[in-house]
Design a protein around this ligand. Structure first.
Ligand code: NAP
Length: 304
């Protein structure tokens, strides 16, 4: 099976490398072409100039681009080159509706589409340990298995096209709650003057721990938030969750609160930082004057 990879961002570059390790990668394409030509030279694979050219030389295209409109744009550009019987696996986080739209664009060409959003961060992408949530025809899922197994460790099929995206939206709601709780707890701990590295090491093994706490609380201790998973991307995901819940006439409080906090971070110019930058807002809670008008205790200086 010859695979082409589209979208060499923070996630895509690690995923493309893992396809290469399994001998599956034939070609890469990226909107900013220099990233594709550099990786192609290193891995000795092709870097075609257009998406249609990439599509015509492979049996399966794996894409990982930013948002819904980007996936539709890329799918339109791939379509003329894709051979009948080819597969497209999209690992971007998009809405179920967008996944169905992409599948409908490709169906007349005899190309099957699977939405395959992922979880596990840039580390999971690099290490090939992603959790993958697939939606699409069962036979297409079975054909895609060798590719998915090169990218992830936990691979599940949830149902027709769009159901992988719905599972990922569920995950993003859960993440929102965890991000909020970890940032708040860490700001509290810092205000208490606790040694944060020891705290992370200890609570990281306790009942309140999570992947996010272990991997991203250290950013908060250091006061540095390199992406990672960008604030504006999780805000985009929560916008999808907002819209999907709104179809049931429901507003989810955790989603709405995180959307407001992310809007604040983006407005202050932190949209391209990692989501752990939420800590910036929580830290400020302890730096404001208290309810009696007296200045709040300032937390001790940061130690790394
Ligand atoms: P990223 O670093 O911002 O990379 C985005 C990639 O998409 C880049 O290669 C970009 O090309 C490409 N792209 C964007 N718009 C495009 C368009 N209209 N046409 C063609 N290419 C386009 O993002 P990322 O962190 O890799 O995330 C990618 C996807 O995975 C997102 O949907 C995100 O929600 C999801 N995700 C991310 C994480 C994470 O921890 N980062 C975890 C799970 C899922 P350029 O290089 O030209 O900008």
């Amino acid at each position: 099976m010859r695979a082409g990879f589209v979208g060499l961002g923070a996630m895509g570059v690690g995923m493309a490398r893992n396809l290469h390790k399994k001998g599956l990668l034939a070609a890469v394409w990226n909107r900013t072409a220099s990233k594709a030509t550099a990786l192609a030279a290193e891995l000795r694979v092709a870097a075609p100039a257009t998406l249609a050219e990439l599509a015509s030389g492979v049996d399966v295209v794996v894409s990982c681009v930013s948002a819904d409109a980007d996936l539709i744009e890329v799918t339109h550009a791939l379509a003329p080159g894709l051979k009948s019987g080819a597969l497209m696996l999209d690992c971007s986080t998009v809405s179920s509706e967008t996944a169905r739209q992409a599948a409908e664009l490709l169906a007349p060409r005899g190309v099957e589409f699977l939405d395959c959003p992922v979880s596990g961060g840039v580390e999971g992408a690099r290490d090939g340990t992603l959790a993958i949530m697939a939606g699409g025809a069962p036979a297409a899922f079975e054909r895609a298995r060798p590719v998915l197994e090169a990218l992830g460790r936990t691979i599940a099929h949830f149902g027709p096209v769009g159901s992988g995206a719905a599972a990922k939206a569920t995950n993003q709601i859960m993440c929102a709650g965890i991000i909020e709780a970890v940032a708040e707890a860490m700001a509290f701990a810092r205000a208490q003057g606790l040694p944060l590295p020891i705290l992370i090491d200890t609570l990281g093994k306790g009942a309140g721990s999570s992947w996010y706490f272990v991997h991203r609380a250290p950013n908060m201790a250091r006061g540095a938030y390199p992406a990672g998973f960008r604030v504006r991307l999780h805000a985009k995901d929560l916008g999808i969750c907002h819209d999907m819940a709104a179809r049931f006439g429901v507003q989810l409080p955790v989603v709405e609160r995180m959307l407001a906090e992310y809007a604040e971070l983006v407005a202050r110019g932190y949209g391209d930082e990692d989501i752990s930058a939420t800590f910036r807002l929580k830290e400020e809670l302890f730096e404001r004057t208290n309810i009696m008008g007296a200045p709040a205790l300032r937390p001790p200086p940061r130690t790394s």
